[in-house]
Design a protein around this ligand. Structure first.
Ligand SMILES: [Zn+2]
Length: 387
């Protein structure tokens, strides 16, 4: 066996060939078991179900003991988003073809390439040390990240936690680099709040406004109160929180009717200056100050979090720099990921491939990027257990 007992590019091809559009597994977890078990990993399927959501299968695999030292977990998802119109792809989206050193296929960057790199790096590391690790390495793999995210990582962590599984650090393999390898790791994410604001009026004829109460006129100062002043001035690891109106709607098809009700929708991506409850309070404070009756319903789909720069971020940044030659930016940009669940259990950093083609037609990755990512993960394992 050489330095790389398993080739991460071949593993990525095998995973892409599993047609695992959420919530279907397509054999992806079985492929992982087939590679991990011979390496000495104990593997466990963790299927979950809940009313009104599809059943989802998940996989937890671990080598080494929780009690012998630190536990490093690699987390990710084998499910992928739909391919769209497959005739628009240069090759069938699950064929995993390679042209001029570029691997094409749904999930190439988001995130089967990274999961292949987890496995290949673990194999290489175990081969390097030629014994059990001084602690535990695990893979926490869900089939429910691109879907409702209800029967995946969140429930796995809860069950594992109740069983006494203890995590010391986690690397999530989401594609974190905007355009080039080595550019960026993610140390947190903004939170996300969705809201519906409604204002009631009195319906009437536009010619007799004195007999009506126009709710559109009524909602305007409320919308101004929400948007005129920034929610905050930023945070050391985040941009300022951002409120974006996404719809103002009365469903009115006529020109001579004052409608009875208007509804506005908005989303707030918020930084660590707020949690969802504090943000809701601030929104209501602004609206109450206007003095017009309104109704506001909010739902928080994810809280903001940040892993403060420290031992884990340094280990990851150094490994990235060794392989890519550049020190990565520590960022909290982008949408949500399962890191929002993991942060309740241990420090979590996200490091993966280049996100530019994620979810797109002809999703692709340079095969060298997969190899570089595997090498980076291998260096992280060495630094984590022996550094
Ligand atoms: Zn993803």
């Amino acid at each position: 066996m050489g330095l790389w007992p398993l080739d991460p590019v071949e593993l990525a091809q095998s995973l892409i060939r599993c047609e695992s559009v959420t919530p279907i597994d397509g054999g992806a977890l079985a492929a992982l078991e087939g590679w991990l078990q011979p390496m000495g990993f104990t593997t466990e399927r963790m299927p979950f179900q809940e009313q009104d959501t599809p059943d989802v299968d998940n996989l937890f695999a671990r080598i080494g003991s929780n009690n012998a030292g630190q536990h490093l977990c690699f987390a990710g998802h084998t499910d992928v988003v739909p391919v769209g119109d497959s005739s628009e792809w240069r090759d069938p989206p699950f064929a995993a073809t390679i042209h001029d050193g570029v691997l094409y296929g749904r999930g190439a960057v988001d995130m089967k390439g990274a999961i292949a790199a987890f496995v290949a790096a673990s194999a290489a590391y175990l081969n390097d040390i030629n014994k059990e690790p001084k602690g535990a390495i695990s893979l926490l793999i869900t089939g429910d990240e691109e879907g409702p995210s209800i029967n995946g990582t969140k429930k796995m962590l809860k069950v594992l936690g109740e069983r006494g599984e203890r995590f010391d650090a986690c690397i999530v393999g989401e594609p974190t680099n905007p355009l080039q390898m080595g550019e960026m790791i993610k140390i947190g994410r903004r939170g996300s709040l969705n809201a519906v604001l409604s204002v009631k009026g009195v319906q009437g004829h536009v010619a007799y406004p004195e007999r009506a109460d126009n709710p559109i006129h009524g909602i305007l100062p409320l919308l101004h109160a929400l948007t005129d002043t920034p929610l905050d001035a930023g945070h050391p690891h985040f941009p300022g929180s951002s409120l974006q109106l996404t719809s103002v709607d009365v469903g009115n098809t006529t020109t001579n009717l004052i409608p009875a009700k208007v509804e506005a929708r908005f989303n707030v991506r918020f930084n660590a200056n707020f949690d969802g409850a504090a943000l809701e309070k601030e929104l209501k404070r602004r609206l109450d100050a206007v003095g017009r009756p309104y109704e506001l319903s909010v739902s928080v789909s994810g809280e903001s979090f940040v892993t403060e720069p420290g031992q884990l971020t340094e280990i990851v940044a150094k490994a990235v720099q060794t392989v890519s030659g550049s020190r990565p930016e520590f960022s909290t940009s982008g949408g949500t990921s399962d890191a929002r669940f993991i942060k309740d259990y241990c420090p979590v950093v996200e490091l993966g491939l280049i996100s530019a083609t994620a979810h797109k037609v002809d999703e692709h990755v340079a095969t060298q990027d997969i190899r570089d990512l595997a090498e980076t993960y291998r260096l992280i394992l060495h630094a984590f257990f022996e550094g």
